[in-house]
Design a protein around this ligand. Structure first.
Ligand SMILES: Nc1ncnc2c1ncn2[C@@H]1O[C@H](COP(=O)(O)OP(=O)(O)OP(=O)(O)O)[C@@H](O)[C@H]1O
Ligand SMILES: [Mg+2]
Length: 283
């Protein structure tokens, strides 16, 4: 097995089943991404249900390809009964093979990341589902119109942003191997979403992120409460069942173990010792 050297290592370049137009400027989604309230006690954010319904039942039309993305990441519109939104569609067929993740599993990992974020009440991952589309089955995620005026580098380095800190805990739970600065999606009202969770849930500890500013620090109470919700939902089977449909049994077990460890030690994790701890490029 080759040594890990940088971000995602492709064995060969992937491409979509057929070419589509280059990406064009995103429009505002007609379905809002939540109403500004964080969901209580691990429920979906108020806007999530409508968005999930639209993503699942709507007609998907590819409008362009995000050219800088390494996988086939397609910018689409989804519409149903007069309601329309923008979304990202990543067909399984367009996934670049990676040496460290089984082929054809990245879309499922994105859906699993949404399940964890939702179950914890974090509201970090935009509504995400698995569905069929023009290039076959894939993940479909609500497009978030991020605030282009935010300085993302300054945001990523912030030490007193509670939602960014939630994201660091979320990344530790899902074992995110690719938290780049460009994966931060801040809204003008201060809320913060994150995207690109295809390389999460590896069994071995491979957290790779730009958010190490809290390493070794005690977890705040809100993180412990979110982790307790996750622990309870894994134990009662609800969340574990959702994850079992998307991940291997060993990956579901490893997720439970990471939650238990975080609750036991009550600190933000340290970087792995023999693994590049920061994605490259970091933006
Ligand atoms: N749901 C979303 N809402 C808004 N913007 C998004 C969303 N998903 C992705 N993007 C934007 O598109 C870019 C590319 O998407 P993403 O990172 O998921 O693709 P990728 O193929 O995994 O790319 P890479 O390997 O280069 O990181 C993101 O950096 C982000 O700017
Ligand atoms: Mg990306």
């Amino acid at each position: 097995m080759p040594e890990p050297v940088s971000g995602r290592r492709a064995q060969r370049p992937g491409r979509p089943a057929r070419p589509v137009r280059a990406g064009r400027a995103p429009r505002k989604p007609a379905v809002p991404a939540g109403d500004g309230e964080r969901p209580p006690a691990g429920q979906a954010a108020p806007g999530d249900e409508a968005a999930l319904e639209l993503l699942a039942s709507g007609t998907l039309e590819v409008e362009g390809r995000l050219v800088e993305a390494s996988n086939a990441t397609l910018y689409c519109s989804v519409s149903h009964r007069g309601v329309q939104a923008a979304c990202v569609y990543k067909p399984v067929a367009g996934e670049r093979p990676l040496w460290d993740f089984p082929p054809g599993t990245l879309a499922g990992r994105e859906v699993a990341a949404y399940a964890v974020s939702r179950a914890a009440g974090w509201g970090i991952v935009p509504p995400t589902i698995m569905r069929d589309g023009p290039f076959g089955p894939g993940m479909c995620q609500l497009w978030i119109d991020a605030d282009a005026s935010t300085d993302l580098i300054a945001l990523a380095r912030s030490c007193d942003h509670s939602q960014l800190r939630d994201m660091a805990v979320f990344d530790a739970v899902v074992n995110n191997a690719d938290r780049k600065i460009g994966h931060l999606l801040p809204l003008p009202d201060g809320r913060l979403y994150g995207c690109d969770h295809g390389v999460c849930f590896g069994e071995e500890y491979k957290l790779r992120t730009v958010l190490w500013q809290w390493r070794g620090r005690r977890l705040p109470g809100r993180a412990l409460r979110a982790l307790a919700r996750l622990q309870e939902k894994m134990a009662s089977g609800g969340l574990a069942g959702e994850l079992a449909a998307l991940l291997s049994p060993a990956e579901v077990r490893a997720t439970s173990e990471r939650i238990d460890l975080l609750i036991q030690h009550r600190v933000h994790p340290y970087p792995p010792e023999n693994w590049p701890a920061v994605p490259w490029p970091p933006v």
